[in-house]
Design a protein around this ligand. Structure first.
Ligand code: SAM
Length: 266
């Protein structure tokens, strides 16, 4: 099944910014503590986007790991390469479509990661099979993504504002099920870890900024809820009114991100 979910890199970076600004916990710290990447490791980051995880591992290993970041968005790869240059890092950012065979030999990597990306894969068995193939024996796969209880308050506010059915999210709706089970069927050992981040918004505006960066006007995933610019703005207006009501009642808006991390060993 092809899932049309594409969004702009600006929206992604806006959300990352908001997580960092209003969050109670740092997903980078959690990721590093869980994975502890080491100097000398060969690391592949699939769906690397603008390079967030690749740079994280580069810093954590004092630039002593050999890191490859792969993505199919030229726009995001450009961003990653620019930052790579600015930092003087040596990460190899290259085109990779995770729905196609990976362009690497068998048994190449010690660690293969994918943050909020690989669960969009059209054929999970194929894509995780590729991840397994390019990992060395004993190598680890790490896949993070939203759990079903993720951002409950965000969906509750939208439901109250619109009475509409929320489109099924490609990540959270299959993370614990299909995705975990597929990985578990291919890898020798599979564990599920959990990360919680409470985002406390001290006013309504940054929450609405988050809403806009999640259901952009042009993001196909959400367009069942509106038709064109005017309906989009009307929808945002309704969401804003409900958010304001909740804020006046509670004095703040708290949205909890609940992220799962599947860690598997070949
Ligand atoms: C939500 S972003 C996450 C980016 C990055 N891992 C991070 O944590 O910031 C999802 C990423 O998956 C990439 N992506 C989606 N489909 C892809 C595919 N078929 N092959 C490679 N990358 C893909 C997108 O271009 C985007 O960079």
């Amino acid at each position: 099944m092809e899932i049309n979910y594409q969004e702009t890199s600006k929206d992604l970076l806006t959300r990352i910014d908001i997580h960092e600004k209003y969050g109670s916990a740092n997903i980078d710290v959690w990721t590093n503590e869980l994975l502890q990447p080491k100097a000398g490791m060969q690391i592949l980051d699939v769906g690397c986007g603008a390079g967030k995880l690749s740079f994280l591992f580069d810093d954590y290993t004092n630039r002593q790991a050999s890191i490859t970041g792969g993505d199919f968005s030229d726009e995001l790869l450009d961003k990653a390469r620019t930052k790579n240059k600015e930092r003087g890092s040596n990460i190899d950012f290259q085109f990779l479509d995770f729905n196609k065979p990976f362009n690497f030999a068998d048994d190449t990597f010690d660690l293969c990661t994918s943050a909020f990306a690989i669960y969009y894969a059209a054929d999970l068995k194929f894509t995780f099979g590729e991840a397994h193939r390019v990992l060395k024996p004993g190598g680890r796969l790490f896949v993070s993504g939203p759990l079903p209880e993720n951002k409950q308050m965000f969906y509750d506010i939208i439901k109250e504002a619109t009475n509409a059915t929320i489109p099924p999210m490609p990540g959270s709706s299959r993370f614990k099920g299909d995705i975990f089970n597929t990985i578990d069927s291919i890898f020798a050992k599979t564990e599920l870890h959990k990360f919680e981040n409470h985002l406390t918004f001290p006013e309504v505006a940054p929450f609405i900024e988050y809403v806009r960066a999640s259901l952009s006007e042009d993001r196909k995933l959400w367009t069942s809820m509106f038709n064109g610019k005017d309906e989009y703005e009307a929808l945002i207006g309704k969401i804003q009114a409900v958010a304001q009501k909740w804020f006046d009642r509670d004095g703040k808006l708290v949205m909890t991100k609940v992220v799962g991390g599947i860690l598997a060993t070949k």
